[in-house]
Design a protein around this ligand. Structure first.
Ligand code: FEO
Length: 167
C-alpha cells in the first residue's frame, strides 16, 4: 500500500514523463524538417525512452495499489531557434525532471516508503546518464560552432544511437 501523497507525486511524475516524450517528439520533428536525420533519430529514441519511463511508473503505481489518473499533457514548444538551443532546452528539462525525482525520493524517505525508494533508484541513475549525455552533445556543438562539416559528423554520430535495451 502506498500513501496518497506518494501516489499523487508518482502520478504527476508519470505526466512529466509523457510531457518529456512530447517535447522530444517535437524536437525530432523540428530536425526532420531540416533534413538533420541523425539529430531527429536521437530525439525519436529519447521520446521512446520517456514513454518507457512513463509506463514503468504506470505499472509500479498499480503494483503498489495506487492509481494513475490521466490528465492533460501540456503542449510543448514546436519551434526551436537552432540545434544548440534545442539541446540546451533538453538539458534544462532533464534538470527539472531530476529535481522532481529527487523530491519523490526525499518524500519516500520521510515516510519510510522503502519500496518507492528502491523503485526510483533506477530513475536517479537514469537522470545522471541523461544529463551527462545532453551535456556531452552540447559541448560538441559548442566546439563545432558554425562549422558545417563538424555538424554533419555529429549528425552522423547521433544517427547511430541504439535503442535502450529495455525499450
Ligand atoms: Fe524520463 Fe528524460 O527523464
Amino acid at each position: 500500500m502506498i500513501s496518497e501523497k506518494i501516489s499523487n507525486l508518482i502520478n504527476e511524475q508519470f505526466h512529466k514523463e509523457l510531457y518529456s516524450a512530447n517535447l522530444y517528439l517535437a524536437m525530432c520533428s523540428y530536425f526532420l524538417d531540416q533534413d538533420l536525420d541523425g539529430f531527429a533519430h536521437f530525439f525519436r529514441l529519447q521520446a521512446d525512452e520517456e514513454m518507457l519511463h512513463a509506463m514503468k511508473q504506470f505499472d509500479y503505481l498499480h503494483e503498489v495499489d495506487g492509481k494513475i489518473s490521466m490528465g492533460a499533457i501540456e503542449a510543448p514548444e514546436n519551434n526551436f531557434s537552432g540545434i544548440l538551443p534545442a539541446f540546451e532546452e533538453a538539458l534544462a528539462h532533464e534538470r527539472i525532471v531530476t529535481r522532481s525525482i529527487n523530491n519523490i525520493m526525499k518524500e519516500a524517505l520521510l515516510e519510510g516508503d522503502f519500496a518507492t525508494q528502491a523503485f526510483f533508484q533506477w530513475f536517479v541513475q537514469e537522470q545522471v546518464e541523461e544529463e551527462s549525455s545532453m551535456r556531452s552533445i552540447i559541448a560538441k556543438l559548442k566546439l563545432a560552432g558554425d562549422n558545417k562539416s563538424s555538424i554533419y559528423l555529429l549528425n552522423e554520430e547521433l544517427g547511430k544511437r541504439q535503442p535502450a535495451p529495455e525499450a
